[in-house]
Design a protein around this ligand. Structure first.
Ligand code: NI
Length: 388
């Protein structure tokens, strides 16, 4: 079905989106947002609504013509960010310091629009599980992981799962996707370099952990440039550094921290192993000791081939194949929908948000013109995957 079939849903979706934008909520504390979503879902006559999953998460089930057929999951994230919004619109945030700066307000409105359409038409076999997820933007454990851990895939019999994120810089009405990795994994590390402190004027009596930390920072950069295949993306960034507070003190220890991003699952293991080996080797070479904590955070968001092809077909039905970039370059950011794609095959797609400010920018806004495209994508996807 072409985009024209979904234009009449835009007006209502804009009203929902603006309400959500004015009332942003963070992490798991999304009770007003969840209440709003539940009210709307109930008003569409949806068969089953389960609430309180991962605190504020919701899964709603719409049954098609034959309930024994497969179920597909469609996921929208719901949380806002702790950002002070540039108050440049009628529907700007009512809550200073909180803002929908990643467009999750639009993601909710699009999944609600699709829910309304699908609950009315039910032109599919099997069932659709609408997954409204809290806490995408937080550290571990994030909402996607917790919803998987709380068993939604088994409980709702979900066979395949699909996600969507708006992307500034792509025209409204266009989509971008690729087979394989589409968003990077994220792992974080903390290092403590343990030297021996002393007076800055007598460095020979100390083991200076500041100089050792500097060597480690440079050493870690060679893991990317010298030890991995240049065709395989890996970013290692040291972002935190804490030494002494005074000009004349060599501290006992230096604390540093950073992050690892990659699109290649095997490079996560490589980085975990080699960051330790490199940092330890450098520290020992200078007579210091070292503690390292490596935390696996978000896995690679991995589109399987079948899911990717179904997503491409759905988007192409809606806007024509010329408006679907099927080989978009993967992003090095991470996305906790990756946990759902670890649990079930499927695909994650980008939806054009036009020439707006970037994601997480205080002047960003979800583009209301993109709403019918997102709604139409979901509906086409359901009617393709669960063809009646
Ligand atoms: Ni986001």
């Amino acid at each position: 079905m072409r985009i024209e079939a979904f234009r009449n849903l835009q007006h209502e979706a804009v009203v929902w989106r603006h309400y959500l934008h004015e009332n942003p909520e963070l992490d798991y504390r999304m009770h007003n947002t969840a209440r709003f979503v539940i009210e709307k879902l109930a008003s569409f006559g949806i068969d089953r609504i389960e609430t309180g999953i991962a605190e504020a998460g919701i899964v709603a089930l719409i049954q098609g013509e034959d309930g024994n057929q497969p179920t597909i999951g469609l996921r929208a994230d719901m949380d806002a960010l702790p950002i002070l919004e540039v108050p440049n619109k009628r529907w700007s945030s009512n809550i200073p310091g909180k803002m929908h700066a990643c467009g999750h307000d639009g993601h909710i409105a699009m999944l609600l629009g699709a829910a309304k359409y699908l609950a009315n038409t039910r032109n599919f076999k099997g069932s659709v599980a609408l997954i409204f997820q809290p806490a995408e933007e937080v550290g571990l454990p994030s909402g996607g992981l917790r919803m998987v851990q709380e068993g939604i895939m088994d409980r709702f019999g979900i066979h395949q799962v699909f996600g969507m994120h708006n992307l500034p810089g792509i025209e409204v009405g266009k989509f971008g996707i690729c087979d394989g990795p589409i968003m990077a994994s994220q792992d974080d590390f903390d290092i403590v370099v343990k030297g021996r402190g002393g007076h800055a004027a007598a460095p020979h009596q100390a083991i200076d952990p500041v100089v050792i930390a500097a060597h480690i920072i440079v050493g870690l950069q060679t893991l990317v440039s010298r030890n991995t295949n240049p065709m395989e993306p890996l970013a290692i960034s040291v972002t935190k550094l804490k030494a002494a507070e005074a000009y004349n003190v060599i501290p006992d220890q230096v604390e540093m921290g950073g992050t690892v991003r990659t699109l290649v699952p095997g490079l996560r293991e490589f980085a975990e192993r080699q960051i330790l080996a490199t940092a330890q080797g450098i520290a020992r070479g200078f007579g210091a000791d070292l503690d390292l904590k490596h935390r696996r955070a978000v896995p690679v968001t991995f589109n399987d081939t079948n899911g990717t092809n179904l997503a491409i077909k759905a988007a192409s039905n809606l806007v024509g194949p010329a408006s679907v970039d099927v080989k978009i370059k993967p992003r090095m950011g991470s996305e906790d929908f990756a946990y759902m794609l670890e649990a079930r095959p499927g695909a994650f797609i980008f939806l054009g948000n036009g020439a707006t400010a970037g994601l997480h920018h205080p002047a960003y806004d979800f583009n209301d013109e993109a709403l019918p495209f997102g709604i139409g994508y979901w509906v086409n996807l359901v009617e393709i995957v669960l063809a009646a």
